[in-house]
Ligand binder design. Structure first.
Ligand code: NAD
Length: 415
């Protein structure tokens, strides 16, 4: 089995949780299979009037607890295997924080940086039209992921609304405030990562102001994470993006790095630090490592060289099952993605609730409710991990699987 495959990894995590729960074999089999898979061809006119055709996906893994929810990724390495895994992780994630959603994910095999803004809009509107039968406020509610942003969500919302004949704010989340976005959504994933980091440090008796942190990825999650962890009092010693990284053992000033990134489009070359590669960042001598870029970054090959005491998974699927085994043997705590990065989907849920009620909350209210949900999720997962003496990932998956299985059993099997 190639466990660098996200789908194989997701299945093996489910199987492990099922064994722990002594899950009903029928329910286990249902959960091993995504509910729906749609593959679409997306033809668009390029700016020179030539035609390019892209491949897109939308996968619903499970909808037993409510409409499905999950981001849309634009990246050249998107594959059905990856989208299926991400959809399954969304199912567990929503159940762990106990919000009434199932799991979905979408993606287009494209490098959005190679398209003009007009081309990106045409691609997005055509992709949205192709997946239209699957999405809707009561069915499936997409959100941003790697390579997509709030403008893309606004185009999807508009495309859907034009088709149904009225403004449907609740069809996507992560939208701009002007079209039903939520205050606090932009930072929500990183803020959740901060709450989870804070809870972990407290639980392990580590002093926040002596804690050094390395963050891989400086996008919608990584960049606010640098600022929020600095606010928490940690020392962020290294940050990277796709081009490379920067390291300063005394700490990297979040504001200065953000300004530099606006000017140059990368963290590479930031003057107040030394150049470092992504590989070096992952193996850095630090207390907390936060992968916030891609999946399969911590593998059987490099896990033995990781020196962090704690790994907080801001990205989805950054650790392969082989690496998990090595971390377990070496006593490195992994706070899994389906718990650590669930702040994003939690505030997406708040956005959807606000859209459906047409009543919007202030940012303090959003952050307060987010903290309370994240802390509850953390306590639930940690409690189960300690009770059953299993790693947090196994406990988190088991908690999610148990809640979804309960919904299946309660509803019964149709027809
Ligand atoms: P993004 O596109 O905004 O940023 C991705 C970052 O990763 C960029 O800085 C990019 O340069 C960097 N990167 C890309 N390839 C890399 C590589 N090979 N090595 C090192 N860095 C690389 O994406 P995002 O929304 O910040 O998402 C990052 C991760 O967090 C993904 O795994 C995503 O699924 C997960 N996630 C995102 C959200 C959200 O709200 N955006 C929520 C939950 C989970």
């Amino acid at each position: 089995m190639s466990t660098n495959s996200p789908w194989e990894a997701a299945l093996s995590q489910l199987d492990q949780a099922a064994a722990l729960l002594e899950l009903d074999p029928g329910v286990h089999e249902i959960l091993r299979n995504p509910k729906r898979i749609l593959t679409v061809a997306i033809p668009i006119h390029r700016d020179d009037r030539s035609v390019s055709v892209y491949t897109g996906y939308r996968v619903h893994h499970n909808t037993s607890r409510g409409p499905s929810k999950g981001g849309i990724r634009y990246h050249p390495s998107v594959s059905l295997d990856e989208v299926k895994a991400l959809a399954m992780w969304m199912t567990w994630k929503c159940a762990i924080v106990n919000i009434p959603y199932g799991g979905a994910k979408g993606g287009v095999v494209v490098d959005p940086k190679e398209l003009s803004r007009d081309e990106l809009e045409r691609l997005t509107r055509r992709y949205a039209s192709e997946i239209l039968p699957l999405i809707g406020p009561d069915r499936d509610v997409p959100a941003p992921d790697m390579g997509t942003d709030e403008q893309i969500m606004a185009w999807i919302m508009d495309t859907y609304s034009m088709n149904v004949g009225h403004s449907a704010l609740g069809v996507v989340t992560g939208k701009p405030l002007s079209v039903g976005g939520s205050r606090g959504r932009g930072d929500a994933t990183a803020r959740g990562v901060m709450y989870v980091t804070e809870a972990t440090l407290k639980h392990r008796g580590m002093k926040v102001d002596e804690t050094t942190v390395a963050i891989q990825g400086y996008g919608k999650v990584g960049s606010p994470a640098v600022r929020l962890l600095e606010q928490l009092g940690c020392i962020v010693v290294a940050v990277s993006d796709v081009h490379g990284g920067v390291y300063n053992p005394k700490g990297i000033a979040a504001d200065a790095l953000a300004e530099y990134h606006v000017e140059t489009g990368t963290v590479v070359g930031f003057p107040d630090g030394d150049a470092i590669t992504n590989e070096e960042l992952l193996e850095l001598d630090c207390d907390v490592l936060i992968p916030a870029a891609l999946e399969s970054q911590l593998t059987g090959e490099n896990a033995g060289r990781v020196r962090a005491e704690v790994i907080i998974e801001a990205a989805n699927g950054p650790t392969t099952p082989e690496a998990d085994v090595i971390f377990e043997e070496r006593g490195i705590l992994v706070v899994p993605d389906i718990l650590a990065n669930s702040g994003g989907v939690t505030v997406s849920y708040f956005e959807w609730v606000q859209d459906l009620q047409a009543y919007f909350w202030d940012e303090d209210e959003v952050n307060m409710k987010l903290r309370s949900i994240m802390e509850r999720g953390y306590v639930d997962v940690l409690g189960l991990a300690e009770e059953r003496k299993v790693p947090m990932r196994v406990a988190a998956t088991a908690l999610g699987v148990a809640r979804v299985a309960e919904a299946h059993t309660t509803r019964g099997l149709f027809p």
